[in-house]
Design a protein around this ligand. Structure first.
Ligand code: AG3
Length: 280
């Protein structure tokens, strides 16, 4: 049996058995592999880091989309930075949004996942509300005149091409692109292992936005603890929407979800003390 080794950290690694390699190569920006694993189904990794698996992608994609979208309640314009596999786009499109702009740097990620994990995006890229831009997300938010209710940053970790998506300048540009009452949500790593990353991001949010926080999601293949999703908004009330209001919105939307529900939405903002201390 051969093993895929994810070495994100100096003293800890994750190993997944490879049943079959479906694709392995180099895009214009990064190394990309898609393989099959007996427990997780199809797995996609970039530069040696697991990005998503067939079995557990629902947790991350549902929490990154439905928490900000149900908190907002009437988002029309959504921007996704990254997310080339289309899983997040798929979840966002389940809401009555008017337009979803997705800016992905690496066309190779879109192509490889469309081909080898087509069930992730379904027909999301063909939806008339979708506007896929292949380009640099940091540059996009620095230059565009478009404004958004919700901005979602579905990035890799802050090494390689994803690094700029954790900078203060990038977050400031995201703020510029938010409509009043808007919210920014970011992939912020596993705080037990990547505490500095979360501390820095939330520090920038605090300087730039009215409300700065993070919430948690448990994704089996993002190992060594819960993952943090950063939350930065211009309206503190968005983070305080109660479970009853969320339930009414969730039921009106008629969504069937496997991770998200209004109770977990509220609860995901409750943080263990070691994470509270990190972002204080
Ligand atoms: N992007 C986030 C992957 C982060 C993995 N990092 C980690 N385990 N520390 C996922 C892309 C899915 N659309």
């Amino acid at each position: 049996m051969s093993w895929f080794v994810e070495q994100l950290h100096k003293h800890a690694r994750q190993q997944l058995s490879i049943d079959e390699v479906l694709y392995e190569g180099r895009t214009d920006f990064q190394d990309l592999i898609v393989f099959r694993n007996g427990t997780f189904g199809r797995v996609m990794a970039l530069d040696g880091a697991v990005q998503l698996t067939e079995a557990d992608e629902f947790a991350y994609h549902e929490m990154m989309s439905h928490v900000p979208l149900f908190a907002h309640g009437s988002a029309k314009d959504v921007l996704i930075i990254g997310g080339g596999d289309g899983g997040l786009l798929r979840e966002v499109l389940r809401h009555p949004v008017e337009r979803v702009t997705e800016v992905e740097l690496d066309a190779g990620v879109v192509e490889a996942t469309k081909r080898h994990m087509p069930f992730i995006c379904g027909d999301a890229f063909e939806d008339p509300r979708t506007d896929l831009v292949i380009g640099d997300g940091a540059r996009y938010v620095a230059e565009t005149d478009n404004r958004f209710d919700v901005i979602l940053v579905d990035s890799t970790d802050p090494v390689g091409p994803g690094e700029v998506l954790f900078s203060r300048g990038f977050y400031a540009d995201c703020k510029r692109c938010l409509k009043p009452g808007g919210v920014l949500v970011t992939q912020n790593g596993v705080p037990f292992m990547q505490g500095e990353e979360l501390r820095k991001s939330v520090g920038h949010f605090r300087e730039l936005f009215t409300d700065a926080a993070c919430y948690l999601v448990s994704v089996p293949t993002y190992v060594n603890g819960d993952m943090a999703l950063g939350w930065a908004s211009l309206d503190p009330a968005l983070r305080q929407v109660d479970a009853g209001t969320l339930r009414a919105r969730y039921e009106a939307a008629g969504l069937k979800t496997r991770y998200y529900n209004p109770e977990i939405h509220v609860a995901s903002f409750a943080l263990p003390n070691y994470i509270k201390d990190l972002i204080r």
